[in-house]
Design a binder for this molecule. Structure first.
Ligand code: COA
Ligand code: MG
Length: 297
């Protein structure tokens, strides 16, 4: 994987937990008030689709005030602004350019030019891109390669609408798009977060879709309701048996090395350097999650 910032910072970004990424409409004061007590690894404060046009300005002002007055602890704070070709996009970007948010999320990114436009308004913050238009998916590689882009969020509802795709529990109609974005994200060292699961009271369906996204390689899932947080946190965290297996892989490999062999065998399977690298990464992720729990209390 490309280390785009030097000094291994890409690894840090990928290891920083982003299992549960909750959208909170910036127009909903009750929901906003809950933000600092929720166990979500990241929050997307939404000024875009969850906010009605006549509430856009009030929501922006309220959100700015909230950032000035609230400590959100270790949670990753992301603001989803309106697209720059809407009446609100430029003012949104300017309003949050100098706040301590962790990233700005730009919707409906069609290509690197859209990122250039935002980067010119916001010189310092990392930028995340909503991957949710057919053109954006086709241009995923140039978006991920953009020097200011640090994260991808899959906008599966918009994408399904534009594709004319029907709802399918296994998401086959979206698979090419999901995998194209994941490939682009991994090729350029960018965080990749899966789309939302709309049926927010269907826990089993959510668990199935979280597992599917995790198995594909996504770092976490975007969520629409606090009741979805615990499931995403659980599914995207390494479990005890994975942690144990990673430790045993490392131990087996180190023993093989001491004996002058480059390959170990554990439980009837080979363990090579690449497996050890993945095992160390898994342990680092587990440690980062533990640290996050400590900080959130
Ligand atoms: N973040 C924080 N708190 C939330 C929340 C969210 N995304 N969604 C709901 N809550 C809060 C509610 O404010 C409510 O709090 P209260 O008990 O103090 O009134 C509590 O959780 C229970 O909510 P509930 O009654 O179960 O749901 P609802 O009917 O009020 O809301 C949705 C359901 C789907 C409308 C709401 O969850 C929502 O707006 N989600 C975000 C949608 C969004 O951001 N879409 C854009 C990206 S796809
Ligand atoms: Mg969208």
């Amino acid at each position: 994987m490309q280390d785009r910032y030097g000094d291994g910072i890409t690894m840090d970004l990928l290891i920083r937990p982003c299992r549960s990424v909750l959208y909170i409409p910036a127009s909903n004061p009750r929901a906003l008030e809950k933000a600092r007590r929720l166990d979500a690894d990241a929050i997307i404060f939404d000024l875009e689709d969850a906010v009605a046009p006549d509430q856009k300005e009030t929501a922006r002002t309220r959100l700015r005030e909230l950032f000035d007055s609230t400590d959100f602890g270790p949670r990753f704070r992301i603001v989803r602004i309106n697209a720059l070709d809407t009446p609100w996009g430029h003012a949104d970007a300017r309003a949050f350019a100098d706040t301590g948010v962790d990233a700005l999320l730009l919707p409906k990114v069609d290509g690197a030019a859209a990122v250039d436009e935002l980067a010119a308004i916001v010189p310092a913050l990392p930028l995340w891109a909503m991957m949710e238009t057919p053109l954006g998916i086709l241009n995923a590689s140039e978006v991920a390669a953009h020097g200011r882009v640090a994260g991808f969020v899959m906008g599966t509802n918009d994408l399904a609408k534009d594709l004319g795709a029907r709802s399918d529990p296994m998401r086959m109609p979206l698979m090419t798009a999901l995998q194209s974005c994941l490939l682009a994200a991994r090729a350029h060292g960018v965080i990749a977060i899966d789309g939302v699961y709309n049926a927010f009271r269907d826990n089993e369906g959510l668990r199935r879709e979280c597992r599917q996204g995790r198995d594909m390689g996504f770092d976490g899932k975007t969520l629409i309701h606090p009741a979805q947080i615990a499931i995403a946190n659980e599914v995207f965290a390494p479990d005890e048996s994975e942690i144990d297996h990673a430790r045993r892989q490392i131990a087996a490999f180190e023993e093989a090395e001491r004996e002058g062999r480059g390959v170990a065998v554990l439980d009837g399977r080979i363990v090579e350097n690449l497996h050890v690298e993945a095992a160390r990464r898994l342990l680092a992720r587990a440690a980062a999650i533990l640290k996050m729990k400590g900080g959130a209390k």
